[in-house]
Design a protein around this ligand. Sequence first.
Ligand SMILES: Cc1ncc(C[n+]2csc(CCOP(=O)(O)OP(=O)(O)O)c2C)c(N)n1
Ligand SMILES: [Mg+2]
Length: 239
Amino acid sequence: MAKKPMSKTVALMFVLLMMVGTIGMLVDAFLKPSDEVEIPQNRIIKYKLTESQIKELLKNYAKDGGKLGLHPDKGSLPGIEVSTGSLGHGLSVGVGLSLAAKINKLSYKTFVIIGDGECNEGSIWEAAIFASQQKLDNMVVILDYNHLQGFGRTEEVINLEPLVGKWQAFGWSVKQIDGHNFKEIIEAFEQIPFKKNKPNIIIANTIKGKGVSFLEDKLESHYKKINQGELRIALKELK
Ligand SMILES: Cc1ncc(C[n+]2csc(CCOP(=O)(O)OP(=O)(O)O)c2C)c(N)n1
Ligand SMILES: [Mg+2]
């Protein structure tokens, strides 16, 4: 038996993931401090990297043979349980894990972060229909609604509106929050499941690159590599 309090660190992790525009997937159990649940040991992500290991990873970032690729690669590093990065795949994997929890009567929840541009993928909607048919109220999606994707504004590429109505029509229980507000993030997590037998989606309204003046809400921030001078400015602005 493992006891797992919900922590602000976890919420911070989600915010950071959203800020850097990462589409990732985490499987874990979020519980009120008084709750207890049996979490399968192989689902608990435990790892800590030393400073020199981090430096080594960054030195070989996105290089042939490097462990830290542009997209998460299963097996390259501890904690990366599935390869994602091809938009639209993570949700299907997450839905499968949620279904497995139901079948095996395990109490973990599955959290999947998806982007608004990622919702252009048909596989997102296929997974969404399946999750509601299976009544996966242990499934939580956080949709990073920053209105930007790789090559344009979401409204101009493929407009998702009315977004709340779409997810509701697909059988999900929807909550909208300010994705930069810790209080709202934590409150939303604490209310899961929003409704019995319905999968949950948190639509997090965000601003891409928030906090860094030359990246904030800028299309070019997506593929931009910042230089040393810009790095100094960014770090100063984020303090
Ligand atoms: C199937 C697929 N098509 C295209 C890409 C290239 N691509 C990577 S990120 C991205 C934009 C994603 O936009 P969004 O989901 O809104 O994420 P954000 O950049 O806002 O974090 C694109 C088109 C990809 N990774 N996978
Ligand atoms: Mg986006």
